[in-house]
Design a protein around this ligand. Structure first.
Ligand code: DGT
Ligand code: CA
Ligand code: CA
Length: 489
């Protein structure tokens, strides 16, 4: 996580320098960002063990960027970035959030139309001032308009992928507080929704907890690193806002009702409503304190006992969206979810060949460490110029390299195989940008739409059907081309 946050910051510094038309430096920052984002090891660990020297040993990081990284690791900010932002006439962070608006476009919009922020941008769109600019056009104008709308709708939601690791650390920290019996993340994060509105923590405490222990727990919560604002602090509930803008709630729960509270605050609301209806049918009452017959609590300590008493098998949080999970649970037909340990391999992986940062050898080592049995290399193809896509001859060369590596694995009795794949670009008319004679040599072909996203449904469907009708195609990648939190499918 820290690698990713730092990489993002360095990348933004590069962008700001590019806005100022500073030579060379932007590229150095962008490169450093890409390297750090791709590091296997936590950069803080590198720094803790080897100090500034360790940072400077990372390829692409010299003294100047190294000391800025050091500053970040110590203070979680880089003053240079704040300065650059202050000097810039453009509200860069705001505009940068609009999907499809990279630094080049932001610069052009400023130079041509004096656009400094979102408000300027919205005004310009209303007056259709964007489309006449060279390189923009009507389509781009429309895309920007949609992206702004999307931004408004998804405002304040966080991608689970970006916060999960951090909130699990907080969960661990809460577990270690004296007097705490149990801790769980609840809400949408426990249901593993793609995006999270706010984070809900439940802390289970003894029935007879004293007020000093309550105080200790709440104090620990509201004084965590990253908390910038205490929204409320009480005896049963506290809320804070973090520096990333994420709201977090903590609720103290007596252990006798922990299961009921966990069930209730995990949600979803729709799932809870369905559960409550079942309880009512049985002449019972279900709420966050327990399952009651008249005034007497009959269940509450664990989720399992509540589900069981209502005639259901326990339902994985991922399924609790108020759809068919209740029926399935009543009929004891709840599906077993795929676990990380079930994953035996991967068919989608990019390598240094198309501009990724790992060689085939490095990828093999990582895959073996994950206990994978196979891994398919699926580098981009030639139409994707910015991604350094492979052409026919390069794919054939890569295939020979993969054959060689597989032979070595076999000679060493290692039960792992690298597969020859490709992420072939689907062109506008549905044809593929790589010839069949080369596709034929691969173990599998996967295909993706990377351009011309805006088409009528019929056109897009025909385009994709044509692509997957190629006899060598086995996999359609990212079928909706959605980017969570950034672009609709
Ligand atoms: P989020 O935060 O927007 O990503 O989504 P959730 O599901 O985490 O929602 P949140 O934080 O408002 O509330 C956590 C859970 O608490 C929710 O999933 C179900 C439960 N809950 C909250 N409000 C209500 C309510 O009015 N009725 C019922 N039945 N349950 C509620
Ligand atoms: Ca929530
Ligand atoms: Ca909440």
């Amino acid at each position: 996580m820290i690698n990713h946050d730092l990489a993002k910051l360095l990348f933004d510094i590069g962008d700001l320098l590019e806005l100022q038309e500073v030579p060379f430096k932007p590229r150095a920052y962008h490169q450093a960002a890409i390297v750090i984002d791709g590091l296997e090891e936590n950069i803080l660990d590198i720094y803790n063990v080897k100090g500034l020297k360790g940072l400077e040993n990372i390829p692409g990081i010299g003294e100047s960027i190294g000391t800025k990284i050091e500053e970040y690791l110590k203070t979680r900010k880089i003053v240079y970035y704040e300065q650059l932002k202050k000097e810039s006439p453009i509200a860069f962070e705001e505009l940068n959030k609009v999907e499809g608006l990279g630094i080049k476009k932001i610069k052009k919009l400023y130079n041509e139309l004096g656009i400094r922020n979102l408000k300027d941008l919205r005004d310009a769109i209303k007056k259709h001032k964007i489309s006449p600019i060279f390189g923009f056009g009507e389509k781009t104008e429309q895309n920007i308009e949609e992206a702004i709308e999307f931004l408004k709708q998804s405002k304040g939601r966080f991608s689970l992928r970006e916060i999960l690791e951090d909130i699990e650390k907080i969960e661990d920290k809460l577990k270690r507080i004296k007097g705490v019996v149990k801790v769980s993340i609840a809400g949408s994060a426990r249901r593993r929704k793609e995006t999270i509105g706010d984070v809900d923590f439940l802390v289970g405490v003894p029935e007879d907890i004293d007020k000093y222990s309550v105080e200790r727990i709440m104090n620990t919560f509201v004084t965590m690193d990253d908390v910038i604002k205490v929204i409320s602090k009480g005896e049963t509930r506290s809320s804070v806002k973090t520096k990333q803008g994420l709201d977090m709630d903590l609720r103290l729960i007596r252990i006798g009702s922990f299961g009921a509270a966990l069930q209730y605050f995990t949600g979803s609301k729709e799932h809870n409503i369905a559960m409550r209806k079942i309880a009512i049918k049985e002449n019972l009452k279900l709420n966050e304190y327990g399952l009651f017959r008249k005034e007497k609590r009959i269940k509450g300590e664990t989720e399992e006992e509540i589900y069981e008493r209502l005639g259901l098998v326990w339902i994985s949080p991922e399924l609790r969206e108020g759809q068919e999970e209740i029926d399935f649970a009543q009929n004891k037909k709840i599906p077993k979810l795929v676990e990380l340990s079930d994953i035996k391999g991967d068919f989608h992986c990019h390598s240094i060949w198309d501009g990724g940062d790992k060689s085939l050898q490095e990828i093999i080592a990582i895959a073996i460490k994950k206990n994978y049995e196979y891994l398919g290399i699926s580098d981009h193809t030639k139409s994707l110029k910015i991604e350094n896509g492979l052409d026919e001859e390069t794919i054939l060369r890569q295939g020979k390299e993969i054959d060689k590596l597989n032979a070595e694995l076999k000679a060493n009795n290692i039960n792992f195989r690298l597969l020859k794949g490709s992420e072939v670009d689907i062109l506008k008319d549905g044809s593929l940008d790589i010839e069949d004679r080369v596709l034929k040599t691969l173990d599998y072909v996967s295909v993706s739409v990377h351009s011309n996203f805006k088409m009528s449904k019929t056109e897009m469907t025909n385009r994709i059907c044509k692509a997957i009708n190629n006899r060598y195609v086995k996999i359609l990648n990212h079928p909706t081309s959605r980017i969570i939190g950034k672009r609709d499918g």
